[in-house]
Design a protein around this ligand. Structure first.
Ligand SMILES: [Zn+2]
Length: 357
């Protein structure tokens, strides 16, 4: 029996009726009438008082049955699933992420907890082309594949096939377990514990993720709206502050340009804005190129406004739309203005201070 001492202890074997039997369920010796689940040769049940109970091949076997213990454990788990026809499935955690237009990453996740489900039908070693999962079950009309890993793991090829098939699949990892683990422990593993189980694939993951993503998109849109609102408010706030602190117009003597303008500003896009003295003596603001700026603001400024503070009556909206253009006065214009007006104190900010007043 020297050789068999090195053989891992075999705890399960095929009984005469075809079932997978635990060493605890059969009579001792050859009377167990069992065969090895790996090589199909007869085995004896060693149920002595000293050593741990196990099945053993005959002493005359030329070489040890290499995978007997692993195969036995693999079969035991499969048979248990077929007998119990239920399983505690692991939780399903789904999370999605999306970046907002201003660079914030938002995420949303949902976890479906562990849950015991009934397996209405269980097939062992049933082919689902092109693979042969350890267990093929049907639960609530949906196919569930179960892979039991003792030594050989589920490789990438198989994982790819499972995804293509589109059926949910669970991997039960028995690598950590002793080959001699008893039925009670396997039972607990099947129905009470999930650390050794993982989803290889979940047929509804994609659909659930899409649903979650749709929810996230609503949040992203909401965040982007709020962000735009904040920017707009900050801009308005800034303008208001500037309007308040800007210096009042100094009534220096007006020295006109050759075209009659008293002041000229180059606009950001194209064209120029002129401050002119009307025959009535009132100052007006005119634009050389109407197409480059907001039309309503232009009309307000050009047709009806004068530099007399009490006559300025711009709506805040039209004022805000014009300010970004007027604020971009080129340095050459500034220099020209400075030169021609010497100590003139007319400035656009002072005009704004009056428009906002
Ligand atoms: Zn064998």
């Amino acid at each position: 029996m020297g050789k068999t001492n090195h053989e891992p202890l075999i705890s399960y074997a095929r009984a005469a009726n075809g079932d997978v039997a635990s060493i605890h369920d059969v009579p001792s010796g050859l009377a167990c009438a069992c065969t090895c689940l790996a090589c199909q040769e007869p085995v004896i049940a060693r149920k002595g008082a000293v050593r741990r109970w196990s099945f053993a091949h005959g002493a005359d076997r030329p070489m040890p049955c290499e995978w007997a213990a692993e195969t036995a454990l693999h079969y035991a788990m499969k048979q248990l699933i077929a007998e119990e026809r239920r399983i505690l499935i692991p939780q399903l955690a789904i999370s999605v992420q999306q970046k907002t237009s201003y660079g914030e990453t938002l995420s949303k996740s949902k976890t479906f907890p562990e849950q015991e489900i009934a397996l209405d039908t269980v097939y062992l070693e049933y082919s689902v082309h092109p693979i042969r999962p350890d267990v093929v079950a049907v639960s609530n009309g949906r196919k569930l594949l179960i892979e039991i890993v003792v030594t050989h793991d589920v490789d990438e090829t198989k994982r790819t096939h499972i995804k293509k098939i589109g059926a949910s699949a669970i991997r039960i990892n028995l690598k950590r377990f002793e080959r001699t683990v008893d039925r009670d422990a396997l039972h607990r593993l099947l129905l009470e514990s999930c650390p050794e189980k993982e989803w290889i694939y979940h047929s509804r993951r994609e659909e659930l993720a899409q649903r979650l993503h749709a929810e996230l998109e609503v949040e992203v849109a909401e965040k982007e709206r709020a962000h735009a609102q904040r920017i707009a408010e900050r801009f308005e706030q800034k303008e208001k502050v500037r309007l308040k602190v800007a210096a009042p117009i100094q009534h220096e003597p007006d020295i006109p340009f050759s075209d009659g303008s008293v002041m000229c500003f180059r606009l950001k896009d194209e064209g120029e804005a002129y401050i002119k003295r009307a025959p009535s003596g009132a100052l007006t603001l005119e634009f050389s190129n109407a197409a480059s700026i907001d039309m309503s603001a232009l009309i307000n400024l050009n047709a009806r406004r004068t530099m007399e503070p009490r006559l300025w009556n711009l709506s805040e909206a039209s004022l805000v739309s014009v300010i970004p253009y007027l604020n971009n006065i080129s340095s050459s214009t500034t220099n020209r203005t400075k030169k021609e007006y010497m100590a003139a104190r007319y400035s656009l900010t002072s005009i704004e201070s009056k428009t906002g007043a």
